[in-house]
Design a protein around this ligand. Structure first.
Ligand SMILES: [Zn+2]
Length: 684
């Protein structure tokens, strides 16, 4: 579920959003939650288990608008807190994990306690003024030529993107690095290089026409000028214009979000020596040596067009413009841990203008996010020891086994799939590695140096420590048990190359998972989420990877033809949803996630019935309430444009594709969500 694109996913409708925020210096409130501020009425009060009856709006016909039937009462009484861009059941879980994590950090000694306390020490940060950035700005000023520029860019690349697991395609650094199993050679890890270099979330923000985007671009240019001015750099407006123009030209070379999720476009293994010929303009030898990737026999270039285009810009654009561009991004990236004037400016643009969030979230929430980003698994060990009982792990493993079995039966029953493809699918299901709660072993952070009162240094050292960990993985065999989400994260993810799933402890919580709730409520919520992630292994993306993670389509042409025809119906179903009069959902961009929603709900339904359950009404209502949420317009628009997940309300309406939904809610032809049986999409 999640957000992102293709296969992968994550569940959370917000994943992309959150990872974008953590990766970029953005401020925001991803989903921040409130400790002191009273959270608005929670979707399911902790005293009740299962369906929140008070959330239902009986004045809405479920067949017209299932999302508002299941959640209308809650929607009417709930306001989005001022420090957030969205709010809902996911936020409640997020708040809970965040509050718990905060307590752990406040009481921790050592690295975790030091990192958190240093982030919180605004006085020390204010007192240092711009001193933590001086060395780096001077380094940039001193770059003598394009070769030195290439070296510097390489030395500052980090493992800050993830093409297939988290589907995070954004980095404000010129290029992003992702280290994972080579999808052409499952025995080895490889560096994947991705496009980057933009301050705004995506190329669309630079190239789309219209008053709204014009307004964002004008505000961004002003933001660039403000940051340069705060740093005491002269002629800020003039320099900002050149920086923006350079970014716009970089954006013009970028692949679209839809292109980024096409693994076949991404399969470009280059040797280090080939870069100069394939993408002339950058001194690649210097850049790859700076990034310590020059000894890698193969590098997979995910976005060859952007590499060619960006390399040409390195050659043609002046050193002065490049230096201003680098200085702006360094300042912007660390703004939240620079003096207040920088942090406020960062929030004014990324929080208010870009995401529509009126109020900056409390500093402790930002400190929790940052500490999790730097020391995730150290915090995680404390979290699971306190909050994830062994009994939960056992019960959930049983549910997973039941849903896997339901999926296997669905594979057996498919009439359109050839026996050969079916055998491959079953092999993949049999070897799927499902991680519940936390990883089998923990990563060693003992060598990461955290220094009190050095917030910027801590952030940089943590990023570098992580990068070096990834470089080390290039020398090791791939590990199918590796986790890509921290256990204190409210999300879940399918790892296509590892043929594995991660369900962190923090999402295995009420109302999604409540050991006291009925089977109908559990299967309709966490069961559908588990089914969703499993199905990603077999969808349009999953079918590109075999059970070993090799990029090898194991489907026959006929299998694919059926799948494509069913997909086309689902694309049309989502294209017809109009969240705004001038914007419809993008059925193609969200296809993998929508297929996963249909398949996951279907498998969870089967597993629920196999367990002896018959309460279909509760099952579907529980699913509908899983999507209980509200978005501000800006962030909803951003999601529709850039995210692989449809808006939550349409995800709730997935139910219309299941025959079993119609009777308990008395859905009749003519109602808005009614689909004739032949129009209901059944992929699996
Ligand atoms: Zn997903």
């Amino acid at each position: 579920m999640t957000n992102s694109s293709r296969r992968m996913s994550h569940l959370l409708a917000r994943t992309l959003y959150l990872s974008f925020l953590l990766a970029a210096p953005l401020t925001m409130a991803a989903c921040g939650g409130g400790a002191k501020a009273d959270p608005p009425a929670s979707p399911a009060s902790p005293a009740s288990h299962g369906i929140d009856q008070s959330a239902i709006d009986p004045s809405v016909m479920p067949g017209d608008d299932f999302f508002r039937y299941a959640n209308g009462g809650w929607l009417k009484r709930t306001e989005i807190p001022p420090d957030r861009s969205s709010y809902g059941v996911w936020s409640i879980l997020f708040d809970r994990a965040q509050q718990r994590t905060r307590e752990l950090m406040e009481h921790a000694s050592g690295q975790v306690g030091d990192y958190y306390a240093t982030y919180m020490d605004e006085q020390a940060i204010e007192k240092k003024r711009l001193e933590p950035m001086r060395g780096r700005l001077a380094e940039i000023d001193a770059l003598a030529d394009k070769r030195a520029l290439a070296t510097w860019i390489g030395q500052h690349m980090r493992a800050d993107v993830d093409a297939l697991n988290m589907t995070n395609f954004h980095t404000d650094r010129l290029f992003g690095v992702w280290v994972a199993q080579n999808f052409n050679d499952p025995a080895h890890n490889v560096p994947y290089l991705l496009q980057g270099g933009l301050g705004l979330p995506d190329r669309d923000y630079y190239v789309q026409t219209g008053a709204r985007m014009d307004g964002i671009r004008a505000a961004y240019r002003t933001h660039i000028a403000m940051v340069l001015k705060l740093a005491g750099i002269d002629k800020p407006e003039e320099r900002a214009a050149a920086v923006f123009d350079l970014e716009r030209r970089i954006a013009n070379t970028h692949a679209t979000r839809t292109e980024s999720v096409d693994v076949h476009k991404a399969n470009n293994p280059w040797t280090p020596d080939e870069f100069g010929r394939r993408a002339p303009g950058i001194d690649w030898k210097a850049l790859l040596a700076g990034a310590r990737l020059d000894a890698s026999p193969t590098i997979i270039v995910w976005h060859p067009g952007a590499f060619r285009g960006t390399a040409a810009l390195v050659q043609s654009v002046s050193m002065d413009a490049w230096k201003d561009y680098l200085k702006f991004h360094e300042l912007d990236r660390y703004s939240r841990i620079l003096p207040k004037a920088f942090a406020d400016e960062s929030f004014a643009f990324y929080g208010k203008t870009l995401s529509g969030t009126p109020q900056q979230q409390d500093r402790w929430k930002r400190a929790v996010n940052a500490t999790n980003g730097a020391l995730g698994e150290v915090v995680a060990q404390m979290y699971v020891a306190k909050y994830f009982p062994a009994s939960a792990k056992t019960q959930l493993q049983e549910m997973v086994a039941a849903i896997v079995k339901a999926f296997d039966r669905r594979l057996d029953a498919l009439t359109w799939m050839s026996p050969k493809t079916k055998a491959s699918a079953k092999a993949k299901l049999a070897t799927l590695k499902v991680g519940i709660g936390y990883p089998d072993s923990w990563r060693d952070f003992s060598k990461l140096q955290i220094v009190r009162a050095d917030a910027v240094g801590n952030a940089e050292r943590a990023e570098l420590f992580d990068y070096e960990y990834r470089l080390q993985q290039l020398r090791e065999a791939p590990d199918r048990a590796q986790w890509w989400l921290d256990p204190q994260t409210v999300n879940a993810v399918n790892l296509p190359i590892q043929n594995a799933l991660n369900f962190p402890a923090a999402i295995l919580e009420p109302p999604f998972y409540d050991s006291q709730a009925s089977g109908a409520a559990r299967y309709g919520s966490i069961g559908a989420i588990i089914g969703h992630e499993i199905s990603h292994s077999f969808d349009d993306q999953g079918s590109q990877f075999d059970s070993t993670g090799r990029l090898a389509n194991w489907w026959t042409a006929e299998d694919l033809a059926h799948f494509t025809a069913a997909s086309a119906k689902l694309v049309a179903q989502y294209n017809a949803y109009m969240p705004f009069t001038d914007l419809h959902e993008n059925g193609q961009l969200t296809l993998s996630e929508n297929i996963a929603d249909v398949a996951g709900l279907s498998a969870a339904y089967d597993a629920y019935h196999a367990s002896g359950g018959t309460d279909d009404r509760t099952f579907f209502l529980s699913f509908g309430q899983t999507w209980q949420s509200k978005d501000r317009e800006e962030v909803a628009r951003q999601q529709v444009l850039t995210d692989g997940h449809a808006l939550d309300e349409y995800r709730a309406d997935t139910v219309r594709n299941l025959d079993a939904w119609y009777a308990p809610f008395d859905v009749k032809p003519g109602q808005k969500l009614h689909l004739a049986p032949e129009d209901r999409v059944r992929v699996w």
